[in-house]
Design a protein around this ligand. Structure first.
Ligand SMILES: CC(C)(COP(=O)(O)OP(=O)(O)OC[C@H]1O[C@@H](n2cnc3c(N)ncnc32)[C@H](O)[C@@H]1OP(=O)(O)O)[C@@H](O)C(=O)NCCC(=O)NCCS
Length: 156
């Protein structure tokens, strides 16, 4: 992990990792997801949503009303859940926030009695998931004809 300056460390400790608790936080959550994962492909924030939003468990990393990270999980079947839309503010990347969000999502799946979590990782995030105990299964789809994804899984 990178060396962290004391001021950033103070801030990192105060970042809350939890579900959005209001309409405003939910808007901030979707805006942040779009900003990090979709802005280069679409001006429409709705482009960063799918049909599973209502049945998903959403997590934000938030500090002083500012969203700094997001992630989501939904049930696929009795045994498996799928994580989607993981993103952390580039200013605080590689300081453990992504892992904290991931743990919260995995704990949700565990609490529902699931045995496996799957996700489709962007090529540049594969090592993040490997460091968090996922196994790379196979190359899957490309989004917007450019970003290659890989199926990853983890027994829980
Ligand atoms: C991928 C992402 C969510 C990781 O969040 P993060 O807060 O930086 O992750 P962490 O700090 O918890 O990292 C945990 C470990 O994975 C490593 N890691 C994190 N991101 C990595 C990356 N993109 N490539 C390689 N290793 C990475 C960290 O160095 C750390 O390793 P260490 O414990 O040996 O120091 C974040 O980098 C991000 O938002 N990337 C852009 C959007 C994206 O690609 N999202 C994934 C969509 S599938």
């Amino acid at each position: 992990m990178k060396k962290i300056q004391p001021t950033i460390l103070n801030k990192l400790e105060k970042i809350e990792i939890r579900s959005p608790e209001s309409e405003i936080e939910m808007c901030g959550y979707f805006y942040f997801r779009w900003l990090i994962l979709r802005r280069e492909f679409s001006e429409n924030i709705e482009s960063s949503k799918d049909n599973f939003e209502d049945q998903s468990f959403h997590v934000i990393a938030i500090y002083k009303n500012k969203v700094l990270g997001v992630g989501r999980i939904h049930s696929l079947n009795k045994h498996e859940s799928q994580i989607r839309y993981m993103a952390v503010d580039s200013k605080i990347c590689k300081k453990g926030i992504g892992t904290k969000i991931l743990i919260k999502l995995i704990n949700k799946a565990k609490s529902e009695g699931k045995h496996k979590v799957v996700l489709h990782s962007r090529e540049n995030a594969i090592n993040f998931y490997i460091k968090n105990g996922f196994t790379q299964v196979k190359k899957t789809h490309k989004i917007f004809n450019s970003i290659q994804h890989y199926l990853m899984e983890k027994a829980i």
